[in-house]
Design a protein around this ligand. Structure first.
Ligand SMILES: *[C@@H]1O[C@H](CO)[C@@H](O)[C@H](O)[C@H]1NC(C)=O
Ligand SMILES: *[C@@H]1O[C@H](CO)[C@@H](O)[C@H](O)[C@H]1NC(C)=O
Ligand SMILES: *[C@@H]1O[C@H](CO)[C@@H](O)[C@H](O)[C@H]1NC(C)=O
Length: 248
């Protein structure tokens, strides 16, 4: 596919960490040749899948009161100074933790919201999720990528209310929906805080691939929900987890 990407926002570097607990069959290689998010593709288990997350103001994701894909040039995100883009290419059906380091990329919180997206003719986009403003930052998200016969159908944020942060002094519960850290606690904001307020996004896949094989990393995430995947990533544990009090 050679559809030119209509976005020229700064590409935020992002770390994709694959979790070793999902056994990968030896024959599972990446046969998906589509490497940019604003193009259509069909996936099978073991493929890489490229999608984007655009960070901007809530209003900037809407055109004439309709939420459009960030790939749609009518949103003019490319010329929006507050808009930032992060690209990711996780392996389909592997539980992954994506991080965006807000020390290195502080501008991702400028607009306050983020939208995950992929595809063009079959464009899918999540609802805008609140990331942060000058008072609060939300650091933990779960994004579900839902496929039907290998085609992305839906992207949505899975919330657990505020169960994961109840009783933790660094956190406040916003709108009974999500756990947020006071920006003043963040060392990123140069406000003398001690918490690394990088954004972590747990991924889960659901639905079916192009051979009708069931994607079941979602099942594993829902079983794991009582913990946090952060604790399972030993190399991120120190920077992202231990500060969140003990989960295990
Ligand atoms: C905006 O939406 C209204 C109602 O759906 C429609 O009549 C109008 O033509 C749209 N305007 C643009 C610029 O697309
Ligand atoms: C973010 O970047 C800073 C500066 O390079 C580093 O000290 C910190 O450990 C990083 N945080 C994460 C979660 O990778
Ligand atoms: C930041 O967001 C929170 C939660 O949506 C809201 O209650 C608060 O008023 C906002 N603060 C500013 C300065 O926009």
């Amino acid at each position: 596919m050679r559809v030119a990407m209509e976005m020229a926002m700064a590409v935020a570097m992002a770390v994709v960490v694959a979790l070793g607990m999902v056994a990968t069959p030896a024959e599972a290689g990446d046969n998906n040749r589509v490497f940019q998010p604003c193009a259509d593709t069909k996936i099978q288990r073991g493929d890489g899948f490229t999608f984007g997350i655009a960070f901007s103001t809530r209003d900037s994701f809407f055109f004439n009161q309709t939420q459009l894909s960030p790939c749609d040039s009518r949103l003019a995100l490319a010329s929006n100074a507050n808009a930032q883009l992060a690209l990711f290419r996780p392996k389909v059906d592997e539980i992954s933790l994506l991080t965006v380091n807000t020390t290195v990329y502080p501008a991702v919180t400028n607009g306050g919201f983020m939208v995950a997206f992929a595809g063009r003719k079959y464009a899918a986009r999540s609802l805008p999720a609140f990331v942060g403003n000058s008072s609060y930052i939300v650091t933990s998200f779960t994004l579900v990528l839902e496929f039907q016969k290998g085609r992305l159908q839906n992207l949505y944020w899975k919330r657990d209310g505020c169960a994961s942060c109840s009783g933790k002094s660094n956190f406040v519960c916003l709108n009974k929906l999500e756990c947020a850290i006071k920006t003043s606690s963040c060392k990123n904001a140069n406000q003398g805080g001690s918490v690394d307020c990088s954004i972590g996004i747990q991924l889960a896949f659901s639905g079916t691939d192009e051979h009708d094989a069931v994607l079941n990393s979602w099942y594993e995430v829902s079983n794991l929900q009582q913990y946090s995947l952060y604790g399972l990533y030993s190399n991120l544990r120190d920077s992202l987890t231990s500060q969140y009090n003990k989960i295990f």
